[in-house]
Every structure is written in structure tokens, then in C-alpha cells.
Ligand binder design. Structure first.
Ligand code: SPM
Length: 288
């Protein structure tokens, strides 16, 4: 699937067949970086009102304005749903935002981080220091590899797996299929949890339905958590989650008060509330 995003008269418009007929536009002050890596086109813009913006293959991955909402929820919802996460795998998210959140958890002893495109890591270290600030944590082991291949070698090792993929139209496509989720399930320890970029039920009904069908069939518990992100299309994105034991919609641990002061979006209340779905979505997931 091709994207048709463009800059016109100083405005970047995110145009993609995944959200036909609508486009989010942001006013651009300057282009800080624009190169094609082995895997994708990488663009880094200084926007007029939303800070720096990372764009891969024409699709907005984050803006400094609201990135915290996505990164915090993708990390802390699965990590607080687990009673004692020690060994964690993060697939994708070369910008480092998810890692920044994961390393806040003292229970964690070991983090494998698997990113296919090392150029995304390099660009983020250069231009997004507020996100790419955790790579030196001694618990992190960096693997430059295809997450879909990397995970095949792993059996019963992780408490939590976080899949921070781009949309299913580029290098991230493999991370949306049943085979990948089967590998994820094998890579988890008993009681393990997976949390994956789950797209928006407003814009990608088929994709979300498919992800939820896969997780429902493979895991003891499956659920979808919603996040508000104004600079994603529709202002919304979800986390598709599967668990081999723990409940997902109730945190297993409370947020230490020092950690809470460092966060902007995640609270125990938001954790629980994010799983409450509109009626049409419950019907979509066969939950009514
Ligand atoms: N660590 C941030 C990386 C972001 N990964 C997810 C990006 C998704 C972008 N597309 C959103 C489309 C909404 N359906």
C-alpha cells in the first residue's frame, strides 16, 4: 500500500489509503532530516506548534507534543497489569520512547530491544533526545533485527512483550498476522502479557477486528485499551493485548508515588478506564 503524504505551502499532510478521504495537516517550520534507509523513508520535521515530528514512509510516528500518551500507555498498561515483570521484550519503537517508559520499572532486570532499522535509532538519538534517552540503561540489550524473525528463537522467556509497530503497510506488516502472535505466545512465560500497537476502531475496523480475533483465540484473556493521541488520524489509537494469566483491565500493582510524578498520562484510573469500550466496538468484538 502506498502513502501519498506531501508538503504543500509549508503544510505536511498525512495522506494514506488506510484512512481514505481525510488527512491530518501540520504546519512545518523546517525539514531537519530526510533520508531513505534500507527499509523506509525517514523524515524529521520541526513543526510550527507541535514540536519535532518523526515521519516514516509518509506516516506520522510521533510529535513531541503528545508522544507521551502513546509511549506511557503502551509501556505501563502491560507492565502494571503484570504482578512482577522481570524480563521484557520490546519490538520496534526505534525512537526510544517506549524504552524510556519501560526502564522506569525497578522490577525489570533484563530488556531485549529489537528494532529492524538502526537508522531510526540514530536519527532519534540526534534529534529526539527527550525520547531516545534510555538506550544506555545497562538492562537493555539492543538487537538490530526483524522482530518477526528474532522472536522465533525464543520460548518461554518473557513476562511482557511490547510491539511498537508502524502501520501494516511497510516493514511493520508482518507484525499483524496470526503466525506472529503464535510466536509471541510461545515466547512468553506462563502468566505473560503481550501489548501491541492495535490501530483505531474508528478508522481500521477490519484490522482491529482481525487482531482481536487472533488474540481472543490464542490467549486466556484478551482486551483492547484506547489512547487519545491528537496527532494520529482520528485522534485515537489502541493497544491490542493478550494475557496468559493476569487480568488486563485492573493494575496488579499501584504506581509508586515518585514514578507517578514523572508521568503525564498514565494513572491506575486511566488504566482501568481505557478498557471501557463504546457499544459499537463491544459488538464488533462480540462482547455483547
Ligand atoms: N514509539 C512511537 C512509534 C509509533 N508507533 C505507532 C505509529 C502508528 C502510526 N499510525 C497511526 C495510525 C492510526 N491508525
Amino acid at each position: 500500500m502506498e502513502t501519498y503524504s506531501k508538503i504543500n505551502d509549508g503544510w505536511f499532510s498525512e495522506i494514506c489509503p488506510m484512512w481514505p478521504g481525510i488527512a491530518l495537516s501540520l504546519q512545518i517550520e523546517s525539514v531537519l532530516y530526510s533520508e531513505k534507509s534500507r527499509y523506509q523513508q525517514i523524515d524529521l520535521f520541526q513543526t510550527k506548534t507541535r514540536g519535532k515530528m518523526l515521519v516514516l514512509d509518509g506516516i506520522i510516528q510521533l510529535t513531541e507534543f503528545d508522544e507521551f500518551a502513546y509511549q506511557e500507555m503502551m509501556a505501563h498498561v502491560p507492565l502494571f497489569a503484570h504482578p512482577n515483570p522481570e524480563n521484557v521484550l520490546v519490538i520496534g519503537g526505534g525512537d526510544g520512547g517506549i524504552l524510556r517508559e519501560v526502564i522506569r520499572h525497578d522490577t525489570i532486570a533484563h530488556i531485549d530491544f529489537c528494532e529492524i532499522d538502526e537508522q531510526v535509532i540514530a536519527v532519534s538519538k540526534q534529534f529526539l533526545p527527550g525520547l531516545a534517552c534510555g538506550f544506555d540503561d545497562p538492562r537493555i540489550n539492543i538487537h538490530i533485527a526483524d522482530g518477526n524473525v528474532y522472536i522465533r528463537e525464543k520460548t518461554g522467556v518473557y513476562d511482557v512483550i511490547i510491539v511498537d509497530s508502524s502501520d501494516p503497510i511497510g516493514p511493520g506488516e508482518q507484525l499483524f498476522g496470526r503466525q506472529f502472535y503464535q510466536q509471541v505466545k510461545s515466547a512468553l512465560k506462563p502468566g505473560g502479557i503481550v501489548a501491541a500497537q492495535g490501530e483505531s476502531f474508528f478508522l481500521h475496523k477490519d484490522c482491529v477486528e482481525n487482531l482481536m480475533r487472533i488474540t481472543r483465540e490464542l490467549f486466556m484473556v484478551s482486551a483492547y485499551s484506547s489512547i487519545m493521541v491528537p496527532t494520529y488520524p482520528g485522534g485515537h489509537i489502541g493497544i491490542c493485548m493478550g494475557s496468559l494469566g493476569p487480568q488486563l483491565d485492573v493494575p496488579a500493582r499501584s504506581v509508586p508515588s515518585l514514578l507517578q510524578t514523572q508521568l503525564k498520562y498514565y494513572t491506575s484510573q486511566i488504566h482501568a478506564a481505557s478498557f471501557v469500550l463504546p457499544y459499537f466496538v463491544k459488538k464488533m468484538f462480540n462482547a455483547v
